[in-house]
Design a protein around this ligand. Structure first.
Ligand SMILES: NC(=O)c1ccc[n+]([C@@H]2O[C@H](COP(=O)([O-])OP(=O)(O)OC[C@H]3O[C@@H](n4cnc5c(N)ncnc54)[C@H](O)[C@@H]3O)[C@@H](O)[C@H]2O)c1
Length: 389
């Protein structure tokens, strides 16, 4: 018998994952949940959903779906909601997939507190948590992890990673994204809740996963010390309201390497999500494997990992396309497979809570350092996932 999954949050991002989760061969029942009924109806009324969706599995709130007997919930709600909703789901006996980041709030200490609560909830309930970090399954990251597993980098020396997403990026304008996330019942409630933080200086390091996860997942090491600086908007732009627009951090890592991470939202540069990793024997930069003697440009197919044939076929059929990998560097199909396979086989997902808090803690502590004018700070850590889970 397969697993049952409830999709919570069918807005702009969540709706792009619905057909993938529904098509996975390990899934034999899917529930749909959103406070906005028309977002549920968009899938509930589809002929192609009849095989795995029953109208009794349509839910109007997280509270309702938590009372169901579904095995797991996929939470793709607004970023300030993720952590408390994940905890509520796990306390109701459900495994959780959460969109990134773990949580985004203006206050860094509150974010770290949510990290702690999530780890403790996983430990106490025995439920599994996976962070849907798209960078983890970009082809570059998959390739570098294979190389790292073979020891091809030698000893890791240094990494550079950055997520540049200017507020006015023509491909994805952040003003429009914010407007759209506030334009729902939960969005309006969130806007009210966030207004409590007036005067608290936030920054892009509170959404650090697309930069930090590359070096951390490839090196299998985490950030231990940080000093960071932030820049503030000087134009009076209402989007930023006195927060940091750009933040850059230098980290010491648990393997002795260093890493420079940049998160920029006000930058004259096309959107870029990129990492470079340097080792004593070889390095990776801009899709190239570099040794002391040569530079080898790689294709996406050479870098990308593979899905099991049966999963790829099911996705092709479900999505009615031969290109199943989806957005964000082809990561969507891999994320969905990893979560469904982990839950179906009762194993810990690779981007489990112990891995996920390492991305978030690095960013939140970098932000605290930037607020303190570059003071060097320890990055909290919750250890590796316990081996016996
Ligand atoms: N590369 C990436 O990994 C990436 C890219 C884009 C978005 N995201 C993440 O995806 C998340 C969703 O973004 P979006 O643009 O789709 O937002 P959105 O506002 O379009 O969708 C969120 C949906 O969640 C629903 N919701 C909120 N609370 C609920 C509750 N209690 N019960 C049921 N439904 C509830 C809302 O009604 C809404 O439809 C964000 O947190 C964002 O960080 C990640």
């Amino acid at each position: 018998m397969g697993i049952s999954i409830g999709l919570v949050g069918l807005g702009s991002f969540g709706s792009g994952f619905a057909d993938l989760f529904k098509s996975h061969p390990a899934v034999d029942r899917v529930g749909l949940c959103d406070i906005e009924p028309e977002r549920v109806a968009r899938f509930a009324e589809k002929e192609s959903w009849r095989d795995k969706f029953d109208p009794s599995d349509a839910y109007g709130s997280l509270d309702e779906i938590c009372k169901s007997d579904l095995d797991a919930l996929v939470i793709i709600t607004q970023p300030w909601l993720h952590a408390p909703q994940a905890i509520q789901a796990m306390e109701s006996g459900k495994h959780v997939y959460s969109a990134v980041p773990i949580i985004s709030l203006p206050d860094a200490d509150e974010i770290l507190d949510w990290c702690d609560r999530l780890v403790k909830t996983c430990e106490r309930t025995g439920m599994r948590y996976m962070l849907g970090e798209t960078t983890f399954y970009r082809s570059q990251a998959m390739y570098c992890r294979r190389r790292a597993a073979q020891g091809d980098f030698g000893r890791f020396v240094h990494a550079e990673a950055q997520y540049f997403h200017d507020v006015d990026d023509p491909g994805c304008n952040l003003r429009d994204v914010r407007k759209s996330r506030f334009n729902s019942k939960s969005g309006r409630e969130g806007q009210k809740m966030l207004s409590r933080y007036k005067g608290v200086i936030s920054g892009p390091m509170h959404y650090p996963t697309h930069s930090v996860s590359g070096p951390v997942s490839v090196m299998g090491a985490h950030m231990t010390r940080v000093c960071a600086w932030g820049q503030k908007d000087e134009t009076g732009d209402d989007y930023f309201k006195g927060t940091f627009t750009n933040e850059v951090a230098l980290f010491r890592m648990s393997n002795g390497a260093t890493a420079r991470i940049a998160e920029c939202r006000q930058i004259g540069h096309p959107g870029e999500e990129m990492f470079r990793i340097f080792g004593t024997e070889a390095s990776f930069r801009e899709d190239q494997w570099v040794t002391k003697e040569s530079w080898n440009k790689l294709t996406v197919d050479e870098m990308r990992g593979s899905l099991p044939a049966s999963v790829k076929e099911a996705f092709q059929k479900g999505l009615n396309t031969s290109d199943v990998y989806g957005g964000h560097g082809g990561s969507h199909a891999f994320l969905v497979h990893e979560f469904c396979d982990a839950i179906a086989n009762d194993r810990e997902p690779v981007i489990n809570i112990w891995e996920a808090v390492r991305y978030m803690a690095a960013g939140a502590t970098a932000h605290k350092s930037a607020l303190a004018g570059g003071e060097v700070m320890d990055v909290p850590d919750w250890g590796d996932a316990p081996a016996n889970r």
